[in-house]
Design a protein around this ligand. Structure first.
Ligand code: AMP
Length: 370
């Protein structure tokens, strides 16, 4: 049952981080009110919301409170407990549903589902013990990467195994894992796909992602790959949206290895690699997400100008503040986080230019990321 949620209504967001903040800012521009649930007040999203529900993510009373003041519920992160998701599905209007959350919370379930959609993933096996690991290594081999099934992000909960020595010296984490074959990729790409409650589907231009220390550093758009690869990546996004019966936004991370594309992982929400859309596309990923869950027509997704997005981590904030005039006309986004901890995502900058080369040059000129 899909509804049209008109401007003037209240959107409830589970999670108070930067993704919620950027959804909320866009939604407010469009005339919506925002309520947010987050364990601490004054969160990045709380700062720009009309109402804050200060509550744990797994506290059903909090979810009930959020539902009582919202016309539609969405989320900005995937680690929502099954109980909360189920309660919201049954007692509130959460058009994205809980099934995609269940799938994306567990790497084994996620990869299995991607495989069932007919797409390629790196060969993987579930491993729950050191014995399982030795057994799985017989088929997966080296190099490979051991990942915890739940809770890992930005390379946390991952161990690269280059040789049997690495495998023998590894202290096996006491949680269920998967062992995955290493993909010797030439490039990492991503595509953001949005599907509305009416079934209308769009993809944003494919991004080329560069990671440093497993954290996204830079997204370059248009990606420096041929049209055939771009088209294939968009098709993968659409195929997944169909297979998963997506409502809302899905960030799809891809590895390009020769002309083969592997799906690495998916995130059921706007994605860091889609932040470039905020100024560089006719519609941003955040506006598109709001349109999708509210049953409005989706916006056009064309790229207006080549762009490079650079992530600002904790260590980049002070140097930037000391030399703020150097950003010129680049677009600064800060998330309102107080503590600039090492490697914490604090904001991002979008560099738009007539060509990708110039956009990269403008980013380099800032000398923030050496
Ligand atoms: P993930 O948390 O799975 O997105 O992994 C973080 C990063 O580690 C990816 O963006 C890749 O740079 C790298 N990585 C993860 N899995 C693999 C793999 N199977 N082969 C090659 N690189 C990988």
């Amino acid at each position: 049952m899909s509804k049209t949620i008109l401007p003037g209504s209240t959107i409830g967001i589970l999670g108070g981080g930067q993704l919620g903040r950027m959804m909320a800012l866009k939604a407010r521009e469009m005339g919506y009110h925002i309520a947010v649930l987050e364990p601490k007040s004054d969160s990045p999203c709380g700062q720009v919301a009309d109402q804050e529900v200060v509550s744990g993510y797994d506290d059903l009373d909090g979810a009930e409170k959020l539902a009582s003041i919202s016309d539609v519920i969405t989320y900005e992160f995937e680690n929502i407990t099954h109980e909360t998701a189920r309660w919201l599905e049954e007692n509130a209007y959460m058009p994205q549903g809980g099934e995609l959350l269940r799938i994306t919370q567990d790497r084994f379930v996620e990869k299995t589902s991607i495989q069932h959609s007919g797409l390629k993933v790196a060969p993987f096996e579930a491993v729950n013990s050191e014995e399982d690991l030795q057994e799985a290594l017989k088929t997966i081999g080296f190099p490979s990467v051991l990942k915890t099934r739940t809770g890992g992000y930005d390379g946390k909960g991952q161990w690269v195994l280059k040789s049997s020595e690495d495998a023998n010296t590894l202290e096996f984490p006491e949680v269920p894992c998967i062992l995955e074959s290493w993909v010797p990729f030439q490039k990492e790409l991503s595509v953001i796909v949005t599907r509305s409650v009416t079934g209308e589907t769009t993809t944003f231009p494919v991004g080329e992602n560069i990671h440093v220390n497993n954290i996204l550093h830079q997204t370059i758009v248009p990606a420096r790959v041929g049209d055939a690869v771009k088209n294939k990546a968009s098709e993968i996004g659409k195929q997944l949206a169909n297979h998963l019966q997506l409502v809302g936004t899905l960030g799809v991370e891809l590895f390009l290895d020769d002309s083969e594309i592997y799906v690495n992982e998916v995130a059921p929400r706007p994605h860091n690699s889609g932040h470039y859309t905020m100024e560089a596309c006719e519609t941003s990923q955040f506006e598109q997400h709001i349109r999708a869950i509210c049953g409005l027509p989706l916006g056009r997704t064309e790229l207006l100008k080549p762009v490079v997005m650079g992530n600002l981590l904790g260590q980049h904030v002070n140097p930037l503040m000391e030399n703020i005039s150097a950003i010129g006309s680049a677009k600064l986004h800060l998330y309102g986080k107080d503590e600039a901890k090492q490697n914490r995502k604090m904001g991002h900058i979008n560099f738009l230019a007539p060509s990708i080369e110039e956009a990269i040059e403008r980013m380099n000129q800032l000398k923030l990321w050496q």
